[in-house]
Ligand binder design. Structure first.
Ligand code: GDP
Ligand code: MG
Length: 370
């Protein structure tokens, strides 16, 4: 920590130097205005003036949000695209997500009990695709505002009988801000009054220009209710995945983002994680947002217990001390003690942050140089 002179402390406390010197005299310390004060003296004086000084918390400063990881390009392997479905309310997002899941996931899954974990994977042309089941806007706004980018491709659902609406525009701006490719799903083609050309024309204003109009944006005409156009949509996702070459290194400790989390009566804190890089294993030591723990059990999107989860895989875990938040980052530490110290420091820091709602002067503030 730093130090302050009598004069500097006086200024911080909005007092006259002579008042500080007098207090110091009472404490048996003879001091001048330019004298350096140690932390103990500063704290004593603050107490004398009724200013509460926060305890300095020793934090492990491992910043899991902003850590960068350099993977050797040779270690990078293809990974599934992570797709979010966005669009105006009632244009068919949920119907489309359910339809994809019903037609693709339960296919051949004996007993296929699909459990809702906020994300699922399907296979098309031998390639996996991960769909985030959380409302697209929430996924973008809450997660992106916290620095997490989880989506590789955005599907923009626009009802052919309704056209571009306010949340359509919002979705476009989120996807553009994130810099992810957009595929337009012109839905409800089965409806009377469906007018896909109008949708294409309206979207030109947002630089989403269909090939028919000389642009490069992929438009898929479909009906989520009738199941028409689903295969073409999935094929287009695969096509974009191949063009973009999404990659990750499966041979490193996992990190990624929390998709959903809740407190389960029987199982304790339960979190759905999207592994973005590396491989997550049962019994890994993990820091998740402001909590930590050891992965006790992992369940995949089919409700099956798994021991490993590679890049782009959504998985539900138990074993955390507390419930994290959607959008929180997670990071596995090979050293369990390190995970604990980082996790405890982050939990402590959050506690402090919550507490400091009441205005206090921190030693850091006092030591801040002018
Ligand atoms: P969301 O708000 O975007 O999730 O929209 P929903 O999936 O809940 O769909 C809103 C309504 O539109 C529901 O009544 C759906 O059955 C209906 N719907 C969705 N897709 C289609 C479609 O392709 N054709 C028709 N006719 N109705 C659809
Ligand atoms: Mg919905």
């Amino acid at each position: 920590s730093g130090s302050l002179t009598v004069g500097e402390l006086a200024e911080k406390l909005n007092k006259d130097s002579s008042e500080i010197i007098k207090k110091l005299m009472f404490l048996g310390v003879m001091a001048t205005k330019n004298q350096d004060l140690d932390a103990d003296s500063i704290e004593l004086i603050c107490e004398e003036f009724g200013v509460e000084v926060e305890e300095e918390v020793v934090v492990d400063d491992t910043d899991i949000e902003n850590m960068t990881f350099d993977d050797d390009p040779e270690d990078l392997k293809e990974r599934p695209a992570v797709v979010t479905i966005m669009g105006h309310v009632d244009h068919g997002k949920t119907t489309l997500l359910d339809r994809i899941r019903d037609t693709k996931v339960t296919e051949g899954e004996a007993g296929g009990i699909t459990q809702h974990i906020g994300a699922y994977q399907v296979e098309e042309d031998g390639k996996k695709i991960t769909f985030l089941d959380t409302p697209g806007h929430a996924a973008f706004t809450s997660m992106r505002s916290r620095g997490a980018q989880v989506t590789d491709i955005a599907i923009l659902v626009v009802a052919a009988d309704d056209g571009v609406m306010p949340q359509t525009k919002e979705a476009i701006s989120h996807a553009k801000a994130a810099g992810v490719p957009i595929i337009v799903a012109v839905n409800k083609m089965d409806k009377e009054g469906a007018n896909p050309d109008r949708v294409m024309q309206e979207l030109m204003e947002y630089e989403l220009i269909a090939e028919d109009y000389g642009g490069e944006t992929i438009f898929v005409k479909m009906s989520a209710v009738k199941g028409e156009g689903i295969d073409e949509l999935l094929e287009m996702i695969v096509l974009i995945s191949e063009m973009e070459e999404f990659k990750a290194n499966p041979d490193r400790p996992a990190y990624g983002t929390v998709i959903e989390a809740e407190l389960d009566k029987g199982r304790g804190p339960v979190a759905t994680l999207l592994v973005q890089n590396g491989t997550l294993n049962v019994s890994d030591s993990i820091v998740v947002g402001n909590t930590f723990g050891r992965v006790r059990a992992m369940v995949n999107d089919l409700g099956r217990r798994v021991k490993v989860a590679g890049p782009s895989t959504p998985v539900e875990i138990t074993g955390l001390n507390n419930v994290p938040q959607a959008g929180d980052r997670f990071l596995v530490f090979e050293d369990e003690k390190k995970a604990r110290s980082v996790g405890e420091a982050r939990a402590q820091r959050q506690l402090e942050e919550n507490r400091s709602a009441t205005a206090k002067v921190s030693l850091d503030d006092l030591f801040e140089q002018i």
